[in-house]
Write a protein that binds this ligand. Structure first.
Ligand code: C2E
Ligand code: CA
Ligand code: CA
Ligand code: CA
Length: 281
């Protein structure tokens, strides 16, 4: 099987041969996971770094495997992308996220939810229509969703990606570039892409307290994003000190274990009620 491009500090995923017995059974298991309700929607809050208020949440999928327990996404997303099964998985995540938004709105907690799209999703010409259908079915406005696309997914086929992103943007979705700094980005594309937000990869954010170079990368990314009129989210926000540094640098939002780990949707509402911004002096 072909070697996959793996960005940043990702977990090693064994390369599975498309035709092998092992892959066939994993594909079968994944199908069963979607049909048999084994996927779980987890949510992780994003906060405004000035006020500390929660302003949105990212949808992160987990697989509750009957034998293997809670399986993290890096153990099946790459495989799902290779086999094309990611489209079914993305449909599941979109539907679950839209339902979660509708339930939250009914409680008066209508926070935007960010959904991750993969390379294959971007190349799917029916994607914009599929998303529109899910929204319509649940009477949810496009402003409820932000779509996160990695830098490397865009650069895989920049022309196609640009077309899809333009369509999605015109439909009213907020768009975000994920894992910024880990792919080979072209600033020429960045300038033309109809995106609203840029997420600085956690590898830089987690190292910025101790490594001056990482701090410089974070600082210049924030400047670049702001100069292009984009808001900036730092992922991998793990300490109070990092929060303060990011706020000093003018970063808009933060997401990370310091605020909360991703949690099951059912826990999110309660967590949100008790959340109090830290006093960072
Ligand atoms: P991502 O989109 O970059 O998501 C952020 C990842 O960083 C999540 O890992 C999250 O749990 C983790 N994270 C958040 N804050 C911190 C922190 O402070 N420190 C550290 N060390 N990690 C933090 P997770 O949930 O394991 O997801 C891994 C990747 O799997 C995601 O990276 C995304 O690329 C993919 N993924 C997850 N859910 C979906 C999905 O529904 N669809 C697609 N296409 N991909 C998904
Ligand atoms: Ca993401
Ligand atoms: Ca990311
Ligand atoms: Ca990542």
């Amino acid at each position: 099987a072909a070697k996959r491009k793996q960005a940043g500090s990702q977990i090693y995923v064994p390369e599975l041969d498309a035709g092998s017995q092992e892959s066939l059974s994993l594909l079968g298991e994944l199908r069963r996971a979607v049909e048999g309700n084994e996927l779980r929607l987890f949510l992780q809050p994003k906060v405004d770094l000035r006020s500390g208020l929660v302003i949105s949440a990212e949808a992160l999928v987990r697989w509750e495997h009957p034998q293997r327990g809670l399986v993290p996404p890096m153990q099946f997303i790459p495989f799902a992308e290779q086999t094309g099964f990611i489209r079914s998985l993305t449909s599941w995540v979109l539907e679950a996220s839209v339902q979660a938004w509708a339930r939250a709105e009914a409680r008066g907690q209508a926070l935007r939810i960010s959904v991750n799209l993969s390379t294959r999703d971007l190349l799917d010409q029916d994607l914009p229509l599929k998303i529109a259908a899910v929204l319509q079915q649940h009477r949810v406005p496009p402003q409820a969703l932000c779509l996160e696309i990695t830098e490397s997914a865009i650069m895989d086929d920049p022309t196609r990606a640009m077309m899809t992103l333009e369509q999605l943007s015109a439909m009213g979705f907020k768009l975000s570039i994920d894992d910024f700094g880990t792919g080979y980005s072209s600033l020429a594309y960045l300038k033309r892409l109809p995106v609203d937000e840029l997420k600085i990869d956690k590898s830089f954010v987690m190292a910025m307290e101790r490594d001056l170079d990482d701090a410089k990368i974070v600082r210049s990314t924030i400047e670049l994003a702001h100069n292009l009129g984009l808001s900036v989210v730092a992922e991998g926000l793990e300490t109070a000190k990092t929060w303060k540094l990011l706020a000093t640098l003018g970063c808009d939002e933060g997401q990370g274990y310091y605020v909360s780990r991703p949690m099951p949707e059912a826990e999110f509402a309660g967590w949100l009620e008790q959340w109090q911004p830290p006093d960072l002096g």
